[in-house]
Ligand binder design. Sequence first.
Ligand code: ADP
Length: 162
Amino acid sequence: MRIGVCPGTFDPITYGHLDIIKRASRLFDHLYVAILVNPHKTPLFSVEERRIMLEAELRGLDRVSVETFRGLSIEYAKQKNAIAIVRGLRAVTDFEFEFKLAAMNRNLEGSIETVFMMTSSEYSFLSSSAVKEVAEFGGNVSKWVSPSVAALLSDKFKNGER
Ligand code: ADP
């Protein structure tokens, strides 16, 4: 059984994430999408809110499941017996960070590969933080997130969070 893991913050999940997850799911028998809990980040959505969001967005994709994990992605991958960690690459700006992360992970566990997938061109500029910025000022985010995620974003900002 070829298992892959796709770790991230997903705050919130965008069409860019969804595109990578759908494409990656074809490469493995099972793909675990893991919400990594990072104490150095202050996300807009709680882990539980993000888990519910991801489950709704990924419903219908068999061979994909959502989990949360507190710790390093490489530890999570080991626990799952994964053969690879999948990461998306948008532009050269992602490269240096991802390059270092992949090298660290290889050092920690040489048997697990990092697989990079190029973003689809329409999402090359898309990030969760850009979406949050646009949503905060009432802009239209419907090209980048699903209607339900857009509604959750607008609720958050209406309630004065951030
Ligand atoms: P992290 O904090 O781990 O970077 P993110 O939720 O920002 O978490 O991203 C998770 C993964 O999805 C990363 O590999 C990131 O490069 C990828 N990703 C995010 N947005 C896009 C996009 N628009 N196109 C392709 N990959 C993306």
